[in-house]
Design a protein around this ligand. Structure first.
Ligand SMILES: Cc1cc2nc3c(=O)[nH]c(=O)nc-3n(C[C@H](O)[C@H](O)[C@H](O)COP(=O)(O)O)c2cc1C
Length: 223
């Protein structure tokens, strides 16, 4: 069976650049003000990608930079980095092949199933969001910690808030930060549907912590 996953990432080149800059502790491109990535084409400097503020101002890829500036004088721009974009899309595609927990791609929805006995789920539900952290193979102690009930799971962990405010744990391979979209009753579990607000692969080559038949292990592809 061949699985084809399609994603619509309208501002991908700008968002990739913003992530790369934040990783380097360098100032990211503006979010609230119009911003575009440009490259040199037959018609001179041309818009390749725009951020949301620029799109709201009516700017679209393909416009000449001079025409875009005439329409939106406060537009700032930088040169497009196609090689870095291609590398980032490739690692995203590889990651999607490995781990696709989605129930819907448009809109992007994922699902998880907390037990009705969970003491953490009511708190997560009240917060209106949750973040799925994909643990690295070396993070079994973190998994053990989160599998225990009635303790402060964050007391000795390093984490940062994602865009929803939910915790992105240090050292994870990837994360999917979601707003809680819906809950459905499922016997002794609840099916919780999350709408993806943000996701990032932090370590594309890293090995994930896998759990199968009561054991942790590694995945080996079929020859
Ligand atoms: C590998 C692994 C997978 C788990 N998957 C689930 C799950 O899908 N749903 C669930 O309710 N609990 C699952 N658990 C158990 C919960 O981690 C555990 O019951 C929960 O963390 C108890 O803490 P709480 O009371 O703070 O919710 C899993 C545990 C492990 C180790």
């Amino acid at each position: 069976m061949r699985r084809i996953v399609s994603l619509w990432l309208p501002h991908f080149p700008v968002e990739r650049l913003a992530r790369a800059r934040r990783k380097m502790n360098a100032p990211p491109p503006p979010e609230a003000a119009p911003f575009a990535l440009v490259s040199t084409g037959a018609k001179g400097l041309t818009l390749v990608a725009v951020n949301e503020a620029a799109a709201w101002s009516g700017l679209v890829p393909g416009l000449r930079l001079a025409d875009a500036r005439a329409r939106v004088p406060d537009l700032s721009s930088e040169l497009h980095e196609p090689v870095q974009d291609a590398a980032s899309l490739l690692s995203l595609a590889r990651w999607m092949e490995r781990w696709t927990p989605s129930v819907s791609l448009d809109p992007p929805l994922i699902v998880l199933a907390p037990a009705k006995t969970s003491t953490s789920w009511p708190k997560l539900r009240d917060s209106g969001s949750f973040c799925i952290n994909i643990l690295a193979a070396s993070q079994k102690p973190v998994c053990d910690l989160f599998a225990r009930s009635g303790i402060d799971k964050f007391a000795e962990l390093s984490w940062r808030p994602g865009v929803t405010g939910s915790p992105v744990l240090a050292g994870v391979l990837a994360y999917i930060d979601c707003d809680l979209e819906a809950e459905h009753d499922a016997g002794d579990h609840t099916i919780a549907v999350g709408r993806v607000r943000d996701l990032e692969i932090l370590d594309p080559g890293g090995a994930p912590l896998l759990f199968f038949r009561g054991q942790y292990g590694q995945f080996e592809g079929m020859k």
